[in-house]
Design a protein around this ligand. Structure first.
Ligand code: GLN
Length: 478
């Protein structure tokens, strides 16, 4: 089998071929490392490439041969977003602040990848501290969208999505606080799952907004996302918000039948500000479910008007608190020539954080300040309760809710850097899901008139990943 053939396969196919001995993990890993060396100069999807990948693969091959490793993705390589701690491997969060940070421990998800026999290829580029939608705020330079090189790959998990789209990783891990798995997956034409809050441990994920953050898979198919989700999910005593959860039955996902299932279409997801091509592609996909016997109904979700302010108030409030730990004392960037402790704090934070991170810290401190707490933060929590109620009501009637992932396809590079508000508004379709804590999957569903991928978002009830991934797999089966 040629390197090129290897790079085109899904993670599930690679896993099956490694299991039968048709391919070895060493062979697959070498194909990917060679491709990254040759091609990633164009995309900048990786911040760090693991120089021990071949050695990891060799060890895993031995364990597969001896029967110690038998899982479906044993021997398959993976790229990991650079805000997920990897023992002994640089974990920068794409920030100058953590540009020298080598964690002394593995995140729980990384431990699970290793236990499942997956090879870590490297750490992927992202928006600084996962704040952004374009992967342009990285201290290590922007990532380029493999589907259109003047386009952003989306963000914040832009490197994780671009590496899969460019065949520089068969599968990857991202994190999603307000859309950061789904939106880059949509912009790059790959599949991404934001799991139910609490089902995947956040231990070792560098915190942005802890009540919203969730790690999840990005892959070439819904089956791949289901397989990886099954590996990383599960209760963890190291994360207090973690819940007991058994995962999905992958056969139920790949064999899913949509007939008789009820799909709700929120009118607001197809309203003003949503690109015509995006609406058309998503509705065509919905029609294909209808043709297979699903029942489609539209409904109103006026609460969507409050999505962006609610999300940005909660996310910034939590971010300013989480990021207060970066003070130049314990770890991370420390400036030269400081006079006293206050000077150390000020200089390390002024020089260590980029513009977008500083903007969020200031916004967060503002909404939490004594004079404004009730007017902003408490109001946002009230809106959160109403948003949750709206989804609870929808799921009394529907098995899934479907809409676009983003109002547009990938933006042109540089377009939103000067206009943060415009960038924030682009999160309108994804942030509600994190506020409620429910799962959603982003599935490629054709292209716009310029050939850029459109993503359909399939949203489900808490813990109902099997149904949303089932819909996605059913769509991909054709
Ligand atoms: N684009 C959103 C933001 O900038 C979401 C980011 C994320 O999910 N990490 O906050």
């Amino acid at each position: 089998m040629t390197g090129e053939e290897i790079l085109k396969m899904t993670a599930a196919e690679l896993g099956r071929k490694i299991k039968t001995g048709e391919l070895s993990s060493e062979q697959v890993t070498a194909a990917y490392i060679d491709a990254i060396k040759a091609e990633d100069g164009k995309y900048n999807s990786y911040i760090t490439v693991c120089d021990d990948a071949a050695a990891q693969a060799k060890e895993i091959d031995e364990k597969i041969r001896s029967g110690e490793l038998t899982g479906p993705l044993a021997g398959v390589p993976i790229a990991v977003k650079d805000n997920i701690c990897t023992k002994g491997i640089l974990t920068t969060c794409a920030s100058r602040m953590l540009s020298n940070f080598v964690p002394p421990y593995d995140a729980t998800v990384v431990k699970k990848l290793k236990d499942a026999g997956m090879v870590i290829l490297g750490k992927t580029n992202m928006d600084e501290f996962a704040m952004g939608s374009t992967t342009e705020t990285s201290y290590f330079g922007p990532t380029v969208n493999p589907c259109g090189t003047n386009k952003v790959p989306g963000g914040s998990s832009g490197g994780s999505a671009a590496s899969v789209a460019a065949d520089l990783a068969p599968i990857s891990l991202g994190s999603d606080t307000g859309g950061s798995i789904r939106q880059p997956a949509s912009f790059c034409g790959v599949t991404g799952l934001k799991p139910t809050y609490g089902t995947v441990s956040r231990y070792g994920l560098v915190a942005f907004a802890s009540s919203l953050d969730q790690i999840g898979p990005i892959g070439k198919s819904a089956e791949d996302c289901a397989l990886l989700y099954d590996i990383i999910c599960g209760e963890d005593t190291k994360d207090q918000s973690s819940v007991s959860y058994d995962g999905v039955n992958v056969e139920n996902v790949t064999g899913f039948d949509v007939s008789g299932k009820k799909i709700g279409i929120p009118e607001e997801y197809f309203g003003e500000g949503i690109d015509e091509d995006v609406k058309a592609r998503v509705m065509e996909a919905v029609k294909s479910f209808e043709a297979k016997g699903a029942v489609v109904e539209t409904f109103k979700m006026p609460i969507m008007e409050y999505a962006i302010p609610t999300y940005y108030i909660i996310a910034c409030a939590e971010a300013c608190s989480n990021l207060s730990r970066y003070d130049g004392v314990k770890y991370g960037y420390r400036p030269e020539g400081v006079d006293n402790l206050m000077d150390l704090y000020i200089k390390s934070r002024s020089e260590g954080f980029g513009m977008e991170v500083k903007r969020r810290i200031m916004l967060g401190n503002f909404v939490l300040s004594s004079g404004y707490y009730d007017a902003y933060y408490n109001k946002a929590l009230q809106a959160k309760a109403l948003i949750k109620k709206a989804f609870d009501e929808a799921f009394e009637k529907y098995d899934v809710v479907i809409g676009p992932v983003a109002p547009t396809t990938a933006l042109t590079a540089g377009e939103s850097l000067s206009d943060p508000l415009k960038m924030y508004l682009g999160d309108i379709c994804t942030v509600l899901i994190n506020i409620v804590g429910i799962p959603a999957v982003s599935v490629p569903c054709g292209n716009d008139k310029n050939g850029m991928p459109v993503g359909m978002q399939i949203i489900g009830k808490h813990y109902d990943e099997e149904t949303i991934l089932g819909f996605a797999a059913n769509y991909q089966r054709g």
